[in-house]
Design a protein around this ligand. Structure first.
Ligand code: C5P
Length: 234
C-alpha cells in the first residue's frame, strides 16, 4: 500500500490518499485542541494512544456486528481505513449528564439519566457544530431518514457494547461522540473512539481519564491517557 498525497488535515489527524482509490491512511497527531480550536496544545503520545485505542475498540465493535472503516493498523500512528464520505453529523451518546448537557440543562455533572440520550450536531467548524434534531438533518439534507435510523440504532448498540467493555476495566463511559461514513451504499462507523472523543470516569473515584483534563487545565493529561491504555491492556 503506497502512501500518497495528503487529502486533509484536521485538528487531530491527517488523511492521505493511497494507490487504492477505496482506501486512505489516517495519521494521528499529538496536537490537541478544545472549544473548536480556541485552546491549543500538545498531549505527548496522544496520537499513538488514540490510534491504538480506536483500532482496538473498532475491532471489538466489528466482532459484535458493527461495520467500521477499519482495515488495518500500519504503524503506531497510522491506520489504513476505507475511504468513506463522512456524514456531516456528530452523533453524541450520553449515559450521565456532563459537559454541554449538564451546563445547558443546569444539571450537576454526573447526574443519572433515566435512559441514554442521543444528540446530533451539524459538523461545521464555522458554526461551532450547532446541535440539531432529526428534523433539521432531514430538512437540510444532511442525511436521509434511512441513514438517520441506521446511525441511531448503531450508536445505541455501540453504547451498549462500550459500556459493558469499559465497566470490565473499572471505567464508566459517561458520554462519547461518533461519526459515520457512506461507503458503497453502506453506513460505516468512522473517525475514532478515544479519550479525545469520550468521557471516561474511574468507577470508584470518579477521576476523569479523558480530554476534560486538557480542556479544564486539570494536569495529568498524558498520565490519564496512558492509564486508560493500561487498563485496556494496550
Ligand atoms: O461537550 P459535550 O458535553 O457536548 O461533549 C459530549 C461528548 O462528545 C464528550 O465525550 C466529548 O469528548 C465528545 N465531543 C467530541 N467532539 C466534539 C464535541 C464533543 O469528541 N466536537
Amino acid at each position: 500500500m503506497k502512501k500518497m498525497e495528503q487529502l486533509y488535515e484536521g485538528k487531530a489527524k491527517k488523511v492521505f490518499a493511497t494507490d487504492d482509490a477505496d482506501l486512505c491512511i489516517v495519521d494521528y497527531k499529538d496536537d490537541a485542541t478544545a472549544f473548536n480550536g480556541q485552546k491549543k496544545g500538545t498531549i505527548i503520545g496522544k496520537g499513538v494512544v488514540n490510534n491504538k485505542m480506536s483500532n482496538y475498540l473498532f475491532k471489538l465493535l466489528e466482532s459484535k456486528g458493527i461495520p467500521t472503516h477499519l482495515v488495518e493498523q500500519l504503524s503506531d500512528r497510522e491506520t489504513l481505513v476505507k475511504k468513506v464520505e463522512i456524514v456531516p453529523l456528530e452523533v453524541i451518546v450520553r449515559n450521565k449528564a456532563a459537559g454541554s448537557m449538564a451546563k445547558r440543562l443546569g444539571l450537576k455533572e454526573g447526574t443519572e439519566l433515566l435512559c441514554p440520550v442521543l444528540e446530533f450536531s451539524y459538523k461545521c467548524d464555522e458554526l461551532d457544530d450547532p446541535m440539531i434534531n432529526e428534523s433539521h438533518a432531514l430538512a437540510v439534507g444532511y442525511a436521509t431518514k434511512e441513514e438517520i435510523d441506521k446511525i441511531s440504532s448503531m450508536a445505541l448498540k455501540v453504547n451498549e457494547i462500550l459500556c459493558e467493555f469499559f465497566r470490565s476495566v473499572n471505567i464508566e463511559l459517561i458520554d462519547f461522540k461518533l461519526e459515520f461514513g457512506r461507503y458503497h451504499g453502506e453506513i460505516l462507523l468512522a473517525d475514532e473512539i478515544s479519550p479525545d472523543t469520550c468521557r471516561f470516569w474511574d468507577v470508584n473515584t470518579h477521576e476523569k481519564l479523558d480530554k476534560d483534563r486538557f480542556r479544564r487545565d486539570m494536569g495529568g493529561v498524558e498520565e490519564a491517557y496512558q492509564e486508560v491504555m493500561g487498563r485496556i491492556g494496550l
